[in-house]
Design a protein around this ligand. Sequence first.
Ligand code: NI
Length: 263
Amino acid sequence: MEKAMIFDTHAHYDDKAFDPDREELLCSMEENGIGTIVNVGASVDGLGDLVKLVEKYPFIYGAVGIHPDDAGKMTGQTLEEIRRISRMDKMLAIGEIGLDYYWHKEETEHELQKKMFRAQMDIAGEEKLPFMIHSREAAKDTLDIVKEYMRGGMYGGIIHCFSYGKEIAAQYLDMGLYLGIGGVVTFKNARKLKEVVEYAPLTQIVLETDCPYLSPEPNRGKRNSSLNLPYVAKAIGEIKGIAPEEVIAVTERNARELLRFGV
Ligand code: NI
């Protein structure tokens, strides 16, 4: 059997943290067992860089969307741009989209985030693409909107950097969605997430870095990259009592199936 390669479903290599050595770092991925990376859109200004990265590297694919932090910067034109980019060959999903009430406490901000979240979920549905959700301290509102859209028929999705408990996880898993698990699972104080990982079937987990953020132990606090994913696979394997190789193989297959990539 061919050795499974790691599939990083959520990275931000357009981030300026990678400016000093981006080329060198990305060229070292394959020899280190990283097979595929999805670079995920976040800021309104970053969409151009996302497209450039995806066009430059054969193993980098894209998700296009605007993070809730940038909801206030979005216009009708931004939504048209997302739709246009989503039709490009190597764009596999709409993301990251969702709600973040941790940084934004005002009710008016929540309303605006919900409006932009819905507008981007509409694009995912219409363009027949899966979605990638960012949700922080907005458990109920996110779940309500995702449920509403899933009832209308969608093409699957990932709840990225899953940060809620087992009860919320169960509802996403019941809808057939995937949980994105990254560096946090290696942290000593991540009891809630470890419980979620134990509970969720491996067939509904995908690996992600969210790099440059959320570096796993033993590199916590440093700049993250896909090269750290073996630590995440090892931590998931320990929780589930299986080998890291199995975690890598199954999560790669999950990502390929969801993103309709090479299957
Ligand atoms: Ni992200």
